[in-house]
Design a protein around this ligand. Sequence first.
Ligand SMILES: *[C@@H]1O[C@H](CO)[C@@H](O)[C@H](O)[C@H]1NC(C)=O
Ligand SMILES: *[C@@H]1O[C@H](CO)[C@@H](O)[C@H](O)[C@H]1NC(C)=O
Ligand SMILES: *[C@@H]1O[C@H](CO)[C@@H](O)[C@H](O)[C@H]1NC(C)=O
Ligand SMILES: *[C@@H]1O[C@H](CO)[C@@H](O)[C@H](O)[C@H]1NC(C)=O
Ligand SMILES: *[C@@H]1O[C@H](CO)[C@@H](O)[C@H](O)[C@H]1NC(C)=O
Ligand SMILES: *[C@@H]1O[C@H](CO)[C@@H](O)[C@H](O)[C@H]1NC(C)=O
Length: 497
Amino acid sequence: MHLTSVIITALAGFNLQQVYAATVDPKSWYDQHPGLARINKVDQSSNQIVDEFGRVRFFHGTNVVMKESPWYRPSGFSPGNSFGLQDVQNLRDLGVNSIRLGHHASAEPVRGQYNMTFMDIMKQQTKMAEDHGIYVLVDVHQDLLAGQFCGHGVPPWFVKKGWVSSAFMYPFPTKLIPFPVDSNGMPTPPSICGTVNWGLTYTTVAVGNAFGRLYTNYDGLGDAFASYWKLLATQYSNTNNIIGYNLLNEPWVGDSYYHPELLTPGVADHEMMEGLWNSAATQIRSVDNNTLIWFEGSTYDILSGFNNVPLGDGSKTVQSFHYYNPPQVGSVSTTIQNRLKDNQRLKTASVMTEFTMWMGDANQMSGMVDAVTSADTYMMSWMGWAYENLYNSSRMPYPELQAHYSRAYPTAVAGTPTSFKFDESTATFNLVYNINASNGAPTEIMLSPLTYPNGYNVTMNPAQSLVTYTVDNRTLALFPADSTQDGTSITVTITKN
Ligand SMILES: *[C@@H]1O[C@H](CO)[C@@H](O)[C@H](O)[C@H]1NC(C)=O
Ligand SMILES: *[C@@H]1O[C@H](CO)[C@@H](O)[C@H](O)[C@H]1NC(C)=O
Ligand SMILES: *[C@@H]1O[C@H](CO)[C@@H](O)[C@H](O)[C@H]1NC(C)=O
Ligand SMILES: *[C@@H]1O[C@H](CO)[C@@H](O)[C@H](O)[C@H]1NC(C)=O
Ligand SMILES: *[C@@H]1O[C@H](CO)[C@@H](O)[C@H](O)[C@H]1NC(C)=O
Ligand SMILES: *[C@@H]1O[C@H](CO)[C@@H](O)[C@H](O)[C@H]1NC(C)=O
């Protein structure tokens, strides 16, 4: 540590400002800018998401998705099942600043008629998150597309019985004899779905066929998907805490049974998905020009195969990618490095919107450590899968998962971040950045009260270059001191008391 460093203390719930001269008035800045800053732009030179003040933004979050009727999580606290006030308070204390909130396309029970009861519940949940400092990624979630394929995503009318001949129905050829179905075409009894590995049945004739029809707009299904997005954008365009619209979770490549070339990594992105993403984005932009559009490619892409981002403007999009091994073959850092290459080519940003964040064997637990530390190394935002896996049988967060969710990280950098890192064993956090001293808005660091129960010490180099301000029990703000020159490289170190 440099002798010139100054050590100051910030105790949770207690503001102690530095004594040296500074004309900046943090409290009045926060009084004048209440609530969450809007996020609707990607800086195409740094490939980072920026907010309305031009600050570079980072997100740590989790997935909140309900995969069965009523398609939303109930509000009464029930660890692993609910999403209510207690849940958002817990996430807030963990230092989570974002959730990927699943919005089911089944909210259209009859074609063209939307279930506004469902929409209102999702909007209430989004507002509740906002009130606790949490951003929301509106995600249209699917796995195996439809109930007819033991999956979920689209409403029943979206899939017609006669699309594949009876001998080829789900899950042929994973099983040579298709499942019996009820009068609505749903496999029966429902427990029969458990007899196949769901992930592997993406390669079935029936699932590929249905995705193919969606991409080729058979019977206007692609248009129906785009219209659903127009409805969602209409609902959310004026909501402050929306970080983006995630077009579709883990889109399958299309009719891979008859077009096996689609299985080549990257091919389906431009051949199948790009057109649908453009038409959904066009519908979104007819009602909302601001919100970022997040798009996924094939789950097992190595490099993105898109010719361009939806509607071609990478300053208004984010590439949303997942890391699981399998299907990813390399390490998480290889995957992130590939996504950074995609960012350069597509002139956009990317966020890891799913990776393993549930308890498992030693190998899985060390993979999780690798993921969160690699994300810091490459300054990559992430959302773990999933919130429902956080709690143990005594209704408390598993300590290992809590330790990852409650890592320290910069949520907003007024300037150019050079690096940040966090050591879970000592709770020491480091941020290096070149300050934009004329920005006006502060740099903010997330310091969860669960990680720093007795508060923390802030050290900076150069000494006295920043004025610190404790915004609340998880947020430290850093404003430039009067003497701090634009572009100065500043190192901030946080240690726990
Ligand atoms: C509308 O959505 C709500 C909440 O998911 C659900 O309880 C209700 O049954 C739905 N109504 C229809 C007609 O699907
Ligand atoms: C979005 O921007 C386009 C082009 O500037 C404009 O024509 C359109 O009216 C805008 N839409 C909304 C909803 O503001
Ligand atoms: C659950 O986790 C808490 C810590 O968050 C721990 O105190 C408790 O013993 C754990 N319970 C079980 C059953 O593992
Ligand atoms: C500093 O931030 C302000 C406000 O966002 C911006 O206008 C300006 O271009 C930034 N300066 C640099 C050097 O990036
Ligand atoms: C942090 O601050 C506290 C209170 O001033 C002090 O007792 C402690 O020694 C400091 N720790 C470090 C590592 O500087
Ligand atoms: C942090 O502050 C919030 C809001 O003031 C409060 O509800 C919460 O209990 C506090 N958390 C801890 C761990 O002290």
